[in-house]
Design a protein around this ligand. Structure first.
Ligand code: PEP
Length: 253
């Protein structure tokens, strides 16, 4: 049976009160595969989301973390802080963080390691720009990110990481990768994992697609064999659309 993860990346949207009312709406939808659904929310929403989700299988997480446990890093949040709240997931290396906040493969690698040590599942984002794709270099680029991001991570830990393939040209642009383009890259990513580790690790990993996935195009993307779900930005902010995407995954598992 194919496993899925449908994860909503709220980015910098929703106050704590808005988050609570959104979760209450989402719960009313009675999503059939709650265990395969997660919301990734601003730090300020973590407590209200945790409490609103009580008694429900939907998971929750953060969108970034610092790799140090504590110290003089004004404005940052550490893994022990997230652990105490009880988050399930943390997004790492989103292209917006790589572009606007100097996230590098080196910091991504450090963050992956501290999250894994704490038992929080990282959702690692990789993906190429339009320029790289137009040069036909997308596999070399994404392959390079993966090699650097997984440096010195043992197979048992690597298997726990969720990878999200997010072509930058498809994020928030309304331009979705075709199911064939998304499948081609997700299959390539699984192959890179097989090369770095082995076939068992590669097969066990969840590889998601992200980039303008919505209620209309989700099923066509999710039915591809190497796509185990979606990291969803804009469409995850609307309870109806997000629930429809989750149900598309449920219908395929
Ligand atoms: C994202 O930011 O992870 C994303 C995929 O955004 P959108 O769905 O809005 O393209």
């Amino acid at each position: 049976m194919k496993r899925f993860l449908i994860a909503g990346n709220w980015k910098m949207n929703k106050t704590a009160a808005e988050a609570e009312s959104f979760i209450n709406k989402l719960k009313e939808k009675k999503i059939s595969n709650e265990e395969e659904v997660a919301v990734l929310v601003p730090f300020t929403d973590l407590y209200s989301v945790k409490s609103a989700l009580s008694g429900c299988g939907i998971k929750f997480g953060a969108q970034n973390v610092h790799f140090e446990a504590s110290g003089a890093f004004t404005g940052e949040v550490s893994v022990p802080m997230l652990s105490e709240i009880g988050v399930d997931y943390c997004v790492i290396g989103h292209s917006e963080r790589r572009e606007y906040f100097n996230e590098t493969d080196e910091t991504v690698n450090k963050k992956l390691k501290v999250l894994l040590e704490a038992g929080i599942t990282p959702i690692l984002c990789v993906g190429e720009s339009l320029e790289v794709r137009e040069q036909g270099e997308e596999q070399a680029f994404v392959g390079g990110q993966l090699v650097a991001d997984f440096a010195d991570i043992a197979a048992a830990d690597a298997a726990k990481i969720v990878i999200a393939y997010e072509p930058i040209w498809a994020i928030g642009t309304g331009k979705t990768a075709t199911p064939e383009q998304a499948e081609e890259m997700c299959a390539f990513i699984r192959g890179v994992m097989e090369g770095l580790y082995d076939g068992v690790v590669a097969e066990s990993m969840l590889i998601l697609y992200g980039g303008s996935m919505n209620a209309k195009n989700a099923k066509d993307l999710l039915e591809k064999p190497d796509i185990n779900g979606g990291l969803i930005g804009g469409a995850s902010l609307k309870a109806d659309d997000f629930a429809t995407i989750a149900e598309a995954a449920a219908s395929l598992s």
